[in-house]
Design a protein around this ligand. Structure first.
Ligand code: SAH
Ligand code: SF4
Ligand code: F3S
Length: 461
């Protein structure tokens, strides 16, 4: 209640109470990257404030919300399939509220297709209006309106949205929103808007609170964290932010994603090398190992510049490991150009690789480039790349035999019954141990490797 006027949050709470016995249940399903996961946690924070509890069953839910991703066609197709499947549920349960939000909805033609194909969807809203969820739900519930709210990019970042975190030990913290890079294949700048950095004090305050509450791993998020700080009143950059965060006392670790090679500086690697809390592991997407393709992708670095970053990082941190993202079959890529990508992965030896076949995204520059290679052919190249990477990953695991790894224990692996922990390089190690270790760090010696899975035993620190 504000000045005797009920807030939208309170009104939604009342309207839902009339519809359900006990707390209303929300089923929130998030697709896509960690940025979307972080948005999903804000959506859940707002829903919890409105009195919702959460369920993993769409059958028992009073509200179903899909937080969508638009990065590849396959991601969108899954959402269309899953939303379509709700038709029968809505018929059985007319009071059910169905909402679709996230990156897909920020493309006008997709939002319109959603509304047209699925008239039973009550609410469609974009990535910039999450904070208005109580108001939107109020209108849907009180006037049975079908609502669509997109765009509305705000100048200031909302710092007042509650967060209901999925994890108890690992947390996502947004450092910056949006992307200005316009890589020619990518939809993200269109659906997420321009780059905006959070005030460093807000980021630090959030992280301090998390460490105090016992969180053991924080991952800072941004589409290109290296451009953090642009446009802030008080000048600052990403290495500076990392340094300030690193001074937060406690037993915890700090990761970040994603780092764009064009802005990754030597200073960044120096800060990681000298830090207390940042593992010597960097996710540094290269996308292609061929200079012509990198140019067409608008990535703004060359193969050699990328490799020289890797060399520098290894010079200041001999134990550093890398992961990366790769696209196979960019429009016009030839087999020889694709082989440059393979030779780059052999040279760098990534511990893990996230590999994608190029997917045309309407409205992006690359979508209108000639793309003569068939999908089937690209699938062969893709398999070839995976095979090479598999060999690298297996060799890498073998080299870890006998090494001691400081792992953050995440849970108990269902299949083996062993504890599952993550190394600084983000690989999973399974080992026997007590439940009390979950959510804590343990020192594990790697005693067995099978393919790219690791097993070990706990040893004293
Ligand atoms: N901001 C991050 C990446 C975000 S998208 C960065 O620049 O590294 C995650 C990954 O999806 C990208 O790194 C890229 O490899 C892949 N990707 C993006 N658009 C794609 C498309 N149209 N087709 C296939 N893969 C794509
Ligand atoms: Fe997409 Fe490039 Fe921005 Fe990453 S940096 S989100 S790949 S446009
Ligand atoms: Fe997908 Fe949006 Fe992330 S398009 S990858 S959820 S920023």
């Amino acid at each position: 209640m504000k000045n005797g006027v009920e807030t939208y949050t309170e009104q939604v709470q009342k309207l839902m109470a009339n519809r359900t016995n006990g707390a209303p249940l929300a089923f929130v399903r998030t697709y896509g990257c960690q940025q979307n996961v972080a948005d999903g946690e804000k959506i859940k924070g707002l829903l919890a404030q409105m009195g919702f509890d959460f369920t993993n069953s769409d059958q028992e839910a009073d509200l179903i919300l899909f937080n969508t991703c638009a990065v590849r066609e396959h991601a969108e197709d899954r959402v269309f399939g899953n939303v379509g499947a709700l038709k029968h549920l809505k018929r059985k349960k007319p009071g059910l509220v169905i909402a679709v939000c996230g990156c897909m909805t920020e493309q006008q033609q997709v939002a319109e297709r959603l509304q047209k194909t699925f008239p039973f969807v009550d609410l469609v809203f974009g990535t910039h209006v999450i904070h208005r969820l109580p108001e939107m739900l109020y209108h849907v519930l009180s006037d049975s309106q079908h609502l669509m709210l997109l765009g509305h990019e705000e100048r200031n970042i909302r710092e007042d949205i509650p967060i209901r975190r999925d994890g108890k030990h690992r947390a996502w913290v947004t450092a910056m929103y949006g992307c200005d890079n316009f890589c020619s294949y990518c939809i993200v700048p269109y659906v997420r808007g321009r780059e905006k950095s959070r005030n460093p004090d807000d980021v630090i305050h959030e992280c301090e609170g998390l460490v105090e509450r016992g969180y053991k791993e924080i991952t800072l998020l941004g589409q290109n964290v290296n451009s953090y700080g642009k446009g802030l009143e008080t000048p600052g950059d990403f290495p500076g932010l990392l340094q300030r965060l690193d001074s937060i006392k406690g037993d915890w670790r700090l990761r970040f994603m994603t780092s764009h090679p064009k802005d990754a500086s030597r200073e960044l690697f120096n800060v990681i090398a000298g830090s207390q809390h940042i593992p010597h592991h960097i996710h540094l997407p290269f996308q292609s190992g061929n200079d012509r393709i990198l140019g067409e992708m608008n990535r703004k670095y060359s193969r050699e510049q990328y490799l020289s970053l890797i060399r520098y990082a290894r010079q200041v941190m001999p134990d550093v490991t890398f992961t990366s993202d790769v696209i196979v079959g960019f429009p016009g890529e030839t087999y020889e150009e694709f082989r440059d990508t393979v030779s780059l992965i052999k040279e760098v030896k990534f511990v893990n690789l996230f590999t994608f076949i190029y997917s045309p995204r309407p409205g992006t520059q690359a979508a209108s480039m000639p793309d003569p290679v068939s999908h089937e052919e690209k699938t062969h190249w893709f398999a070839e790349l995976l095979k090479e990477q598999e060999e690298i990953a297996i060799k890498n695991c073998k080299q870890m035999l006998g090494s001691r790894q400081r792992v953050l224990v995440e849970n108990r692996d269902k299949k083996t019954g062993l504890l599952s922990g993550r190394t600084p390089g983000s690989l999973i190690v399974l080992f026997p141990g007590d439940d009390s270790l979950v959510g804590n760090f343990a020192q594990v010696e790697v005693t067995e490797t099978n393919g790219w899975s690791l097993k070990g035993k706990e040893v004293a620190f």
